[in-house]
Design a protein around this ligand. Structure first.
Ligand code: 5AD
Length: 360
């Protein structure tokens, strides 16, 4: 029995075991994916749940070193999708039976922003008669704001920790009040306390990131007892601080390999959570999201942002689907899911099973 084989029979992985799995090659690597597929089949099945994604605004008050929409980037036009346009996208998601909606934004903290999100939550409720599940991904906010949004109908919240390693975190963010590691951790805690299905995630293949860091990221997710995860490869953006370290970034192939292994290992560690097949995967390799589904992911987020804004929401370079209208995305997404041997769970919210178990 190989070391990997032995590890895969264990109930819990320690850091060393995870590192071994992340480094697995050849037939050992195959074993990891076979195990992840088995676990996914048993706990999740082959259904993929959809979330219609609206990238509401690229306005952002932060300056994360990796992100293309940081406040100091003067090379993009800032937009906020108007309420009637948002309502059109909500209607699209509802009409097409996607089951859930995600509202994603830059990080803004103001009363007018909080109220604008509340208005959108109300619209979602009204248009879908309360049937659409709602995920928010609007960054760090006060607990009061999180509670207001929860009360207004949000079910889930995704706040990536980006890296669970404090030292690496500060290589990716300015060391100031606006980018405080502890504040981010506290925000994640608040989300749980407010009763959200709570999601987090990291970027994979960052400059300065080690395999140890990635192993610790997975343990962080497990220790935090997270309900959902969105994680994907880091992709360079030319108008960012981190771009100058582009030579330290692993090859595309390596980032794809690591991202798929992260998904597979996490699926085995946290059997009943929701894991997203991210757009960043698709950016690095054609068929990337399909590969993510085959490795353990079960959630897809078709972009329903009105076409004319998509180009301005470039978190990283070469983002795909920039010129696609929502209708096109729907067809290609369905084909892709079928190619991965999965089926679309139309009309279902696809809430985190883990959340249900954890809160019952
Ligand atoms: N590459 C990959 N992912 C990125 N994100 C931001 N910038 C990049 C990048 N350059 C991710 C972050 C953020 C999410 C909205 O997008 O993890 O939380």
């Amino acid at each position: 029995m190989t070391k990997v084989c032995r590890i895969l029979t264990q109930d819990r992985f320690d850091k060393e075991s995870i590192i071994t799995l992340l480094n697995a090659e050849g037939s050992d690597r195959d074993l990891l994916f076979v195990k992840a597929t088995e676990v996914k089949q048993e706990y999740i099945g082959n259904k993929v749940h959809l979330r219609g994604l609206i990238e509401l605004t690229n306005r952002c008050s932060k300056n994360c070193y990796y992100c293309g929409i940081g406040a100091s980037n003067k090379n993009i036009n800032r937009f906020m999708v108007s309420l009637p346009e948002v309502e059109k996208a909500i209607q699209f998601t509802y009409n097409n039976n996607y089951g859930s909606i995600v509202i994603q934004t830059g990080e803004l903290q103001s009363e007018s922003f909080t109220a604008a999100i509340e208005d959108i939550l109300q619209s979602i409720n009204k248009i879908s008669d309360g049937k659409l599940g709602v995920t928010l991904s609007c960054g760090e906010q006060s607990k009061e704001t999180y509670q207001r949004w929860k009360n207004a109908g949000a079910d889930r919240y995704l706040l990536r920790i980006e890296s669970s390693d404090r030292e690496l975190y500060y290589k990716l963010h300015p060391k100031d009040k606006k980018h405080d590691f502890d504040t981010r951790l506290a925000a994640l805690k608040s989300l749980k306390e407010c009763g959200y299905q709570t999601g987090t995630g990291v970027m994979i293949g960052l400059p300065f990131q080690t395999i140890e860091n990635l192993a610790e990221d997975l343990l962080f997710m497990q220790n935090f007892n997270i309900d959902m995860v969105g994680m994907g490869p880091y992709i360079e953006h030319i108008d960012t601080e981190l771009y100058k370290y582009k030579d330290l970034v692993p090859s595309k192939e390596k980032r794809v390999d690591l991202s798929l292994k992260m998904i597979a290992i996490l699926r085995i560690m946290m059997k009943d959570i929701n894991i997203a097949a991210t757009t960043a995967m698709q950016t690095l390799i054609d068929g990337g999201r399909e590969m993510a589904l085959k490795s353990g992911a079960n959630i897809m987020m078709p972009n329903t942002t009105p076409g004319l804004y998509r180009e301005q929401y470039a978190l990283y370079n070469d983002k795909p689907g920039l010129d696609e209208e929502a209708e096109d995305s729907k067809q290609s997404i369905e084909k892709l899911i079928n190619r991965a041997g999965c089926i679309v769970a139309y009309g279902e919210q696809g809430n985190s099973k883990h959340y249900k178990v954890r809160t019952s």
